[in-house]
Design a protein around this ligand. Sequence first.
Ligand code: PMV
Length: 356
Amino acid sequence: MDENSFISKAASPITHHSCWEAPSNIALIKYWGKVDPQLPKNPSLSFTLSTSLTKTEVEFHPTTSKKFDFSFFFAGESKPEFKPKLEKFFNRIASYTPWLSDYELKIKSENSFPHSSGIASSASAMAALSLNLMDLERQLFPDMTASFFHQKASFLARLGSGSAARSVQGPVTIWGKNESLNQSSDLYALPFGTDLNPVFKTYQDCILLVDKGVKTVTSSQGHELMHKHPFAEQRFLQATRNLSALMLIMKTGNLDAFIKIVELEALTLHAMMMTSNPYFILMKANTLAIIEKIWAFRDSEKIPICFTLDAGANVHILYPEEFKSKVNRFIKEELASFCQNGHYLKDQVGEGAKKV
Ligand code: PMV
């Protein structure tokens, strides 16, 4: 499939209403570096989450002004400040959704996780919105297959935010052309497939909220800095190698090998930030304190927990479900004090977006 396969035909407008929930995701193999239009410099792989999600409802009305328009509400309030980002998204997808120019949209969105918790919501938000658009496109063109529906939803979401491509399906998705997965594409993400080891289908992710503030450097700026980064080419090769090794591990369920790759990827992402020009650091002292505690707990308890990091200070603790009660006690007693206001969010791997 190339991008031309996603150009839909025009169609007479209808009134439509839909509501989709799309989860956030956490990358194990990190996407960091891209080229226009939002194409990754290396493949990535992520766990799709379940309780951290965006719910978006869209009312589609045939336009009376002969001009595409939309209004946007977040948590019940009109939010015109979000419009420029959405306008950019609608412009980017316009050639793939020519039918959209005949509509006025009312978009109502909310997140299950607390506002300003330091959790990026662009992945879940762009996926939820794209699924609503595909909901209408499927209504207009009912012959659409389920796989085309998912691939185009992921394709559109990607044009809003790269990592959003991975928030349509679950429990594990891969985005970016690579030799380890037939059909893999830079245009959209695909689910891992049926040979995923069962241990990963219920994997736990506890998100420790170390810093809820706005990030000093956005992920767009970070991606941009990879263009002139002295280690960029090696990093892209390393990510591709790590992906093929991890793909095998996701089948065998070798947790020691899983931990080594996942933590290496997290630290490499931050190493790229620390060695770009200008350099920056998104980890905080408490991020490191938590990592040391995790390592000590893993050594003493022989429980296969590990961490990963997003482009921020928060720490995601990943572990198999069977250790839930012991790990929860450890988090409550030994890690909560490193979190801002003692806050953390318990989540786990999920099946992907749902229509509600
Ligand atoms: O989708 P963006 O542009 O917000 O970039 C996401 C980058 C990371 O979260 C750091 C890694 C990833 O693969 O999700």
